[in-house]
Design a protein. Sequence first.
Lengths: 221, 198
Amino acid sequence: MQKRWSVLPVLAGALLLFSSCYPGEVTSISEIDIVVTTHDDTVNFQSFTTYALADSVVHIDFEDNMADDLLDRSNDALILARVRAGIEAMGYVEVANPTIQPDVVLLVGAIAAENTAYFSYGWWPYYGWYPGWGGCCYGPGWGWGYPSGGVGSVSYNVGTLVVTMLDPDRPSDPTGEVDLAPVLWLAAMNGILSGSSISLANRITGLIDQAYAQSPYLNTN
Amino acid sequence: MNKRALLAIPLALLISNGAQAQEWYWGLSYGVASTTSDTKDFIDDTSWRNWGLDILARVKPNTAVGMYFGWNVFNDITQEVSTVNNAQIGGTQYRYINSFPMLLTVRQFMGDPGGMRFFVGGGVGAQYDKNRVDVGQWRIEDNQWHFAVAPEIGVILPLQSDAKWFVNAKYDYAFKAADRTRSYFQLNIGVAWQTGGF
C-alpha cells in the first residue's frame, strides 16, 4: 500500500523541475538584437524610382567621442553594400551622376553607448558568517571584489545602426525657416557590440535585411 | 446572471451549511494547459507548468464548496513583427504569462463516498495575470486583474483511507479587461487529503 505514495515525490519533482516563472530565457546575444522601423504614412513610396546613398557611415557622437571609441570601421563597407542591395531589391535605381538629384537619399549613421547594469547579491548574508574564510573581507586575490553594499555591476557596449531615407525635394518646415530634410523612412538596428567579427558581420547583415523585410511599403516593384 | 450573483452562490452554500463544514478536502494538482482564443494569439503554448490547490468543505452529502488557487505559466518565443503606432518592431520576442486564478468553487459529486466518484463543478472569482514581453534590451510588463470563471469535470479515485487521486479537466476563462481575455484548457492530476466521506 505504501508504494502508492510514490506519486508524492513525482509531484514534488515536477514542481521543482518546472517551477520557473519565466522559462526559455535568452540563449545567444543575437536574440537581443532588435530592428525598429517607422515611416511617414502620408508618403507614396511607389512614386520614387531613384536613390543616392551616402558614401560613409557617420559616427554620431552624443558625448566624449564614444562612438569613435567603441565602433571601428571594419564593417562600414559591408553595411553600405547591404543597405544598397536592400534598397535596390525594393526597385530603386541608384543615381551615380552627382549632378542628377535622386528622389530619395539614404544616410547611414552609427551610435554607440556603454551601458552599466547593476545586480544585487543580497542573499549572501543569509548564509551567515563562515569563519573558514578568516578576516572580514575577501583578499586582493579576488580582484573583482565585493563592495559592502551587496551590489555588483557589469558593463556592456551597445550599438545602434540608423538608416534614414530623406526626400531632398520636400521641405520639413512649411515656413521654410528650418533647413532640414524630412525623414520618410527610418530604420534603427540595435544590439550588443560583442562576439567575433564574423558573428558581428552576420548579425549586421541580418538586421539590415530584417529592416527591409518589415518595411514592405518601400517596395516599388 | 451577473458577476456578483455568481460569486454569491458558493458563499451562500458555505454559510448556510456551516454545521457540516468540518469535512475538508485539500487537493494539490499538477497538469498540462493549452492556451485558447486571445491568449493563444499572444502565446501559443501547451504548458507543463501548472499547479493548483483546492480547499473544499462538504456542505451537503454530495456537495462541497471552497476555494481554488492556481498558478499557470505560459511562454512563447516568436520572431513576429509587432506594430506600435506607426513603428514596426522586429526581433526575438520572449512572451510570458503567469496566471493566478483565485476562485470560489462548488463541486457536485456523484457515486458513493469512499469509492470512485465523478464530479462536476466550477469556480468564479478573480484572476491576476502577469504579462511580459522581452524584446531586445527592453521589457514590457502589463499586469491585469480579470473576473474569471472555470467550469470543471473530474473523477476522484481511492488511494488510502484519507487520501485520493483525482483527475480533472478545467476551462479557465478570464473576462475581458484591458481589451483582452485570457483563457486556457487544463488537464490535471493530483492527490487529495480529506476528512469525512468525500
